[in-house]
Write a protein that binds this ligand. Sequence first.
Ligand SMILES: NC(=O)c1ccc[n+]([C@@H]2O[C@H](COP(=O)([O-])OP(=O)(O)OC[C@H]3O[C@@H](n4cnc5c(N)ncnc54)[C@H](O)[C@@H]3O)[C@@H](O)[C@H]2O)c1
Length: 272
Amino acid sequence: MEYATNQYALILGVSSGFGKATAIELAKLGYNIYGVHLDFGSNKEKAEEFCRYLQNTGVRARFFNANAADDQKRAEIIQAIKEDFKNYEDPQLRVFLHSLAFGAIKKFFSENPEEMATKKQIEMTMDVMANSLIYWVQDLFKEKLLGRNARIFAMTSIGSQRAMMNYGAISAAKAALEAYIRQIAVELAPYRVTANAIMAGLTDTPAAQKIPGFKRMLEYAREHNPFNRNTVPEDVAKVIAKLADENFYWINGQTIAVDGGESILNFIEHPS
Ligand SMILES: NC(=O)c1ccc[n+]([C@@H]2O[C@H](COP(=O)([O-])OP(=O)(O)OC[C@H]3O[C@@H](n4cnc5c(N)ncnc54)[C@H](O)[C@@H]3O)[C@@H](O)[C@H]2O)c1
């Protein structure tokens, strides 16, 4: 049985992939976990089971099954955390992770207009995968919930710098997300709060499986990764758990690749 501390983490996208792995890793360190996810049917049950699993490790865990991009839901969740905090001794929200995967995987251009990403889809992608980061951090700040030494992380991908078929809207969201992280880093440094984007290597998760040709991309990445394997969510979770250490505040506003070196390679093979 692990022990709970007065430290809390709030994880958007807690039920799967990087969010889930990070919740497990932080709970091992005694962090109590607040999680937001959007799941239905059997995935909703799995998320509830995961919340109980965390509680059984000895920490407090409370999940909210809600659209994290909904203003009303965000306000309600933040109020619920505020209310909870009244019951605890010196609670510190130390980690906030934005790990939401919910975007339009579509081309911008096609001879079949049905295949083209619409304004609504592009705006929805920007809202969930980028803009919501700012609204959450603004509200946490306004409500004075961000503790001194709080660490903000947002999950990004190589798509912020490179073009990929069907990934245009998400690429734009990732570029915006990294810009938002830099801005948060600058504006919140006086409060001893840091922000960094984590650029994970290609990882087999439910969201990534929706990208057409993902299996082939995964194999290619594995073959070319210097470690000859793909990134797994636990690789990222371990890094976040270390960076959450209060001594590491000098790493601020960066996009940190956590991919075994995958992103430094030139993926175009030269004939030997
Ligand atoms: N898998 C990869 O290869 C990869 C690589 C780099 C970056 N990323 C990024 O990591 C992040 C997490 O992706 P993942 O691969 O762990 O996906 P995942 O499918 O495993 O997890 C996504 C999580 O987001 C939640 N979610 C989605 N939309 C939501 C919404 N509107 N409100 C609340 N919760 C919502 C889901 O319930 C789930 O918990 C994404 O931003 C993704 O772009 C993924």
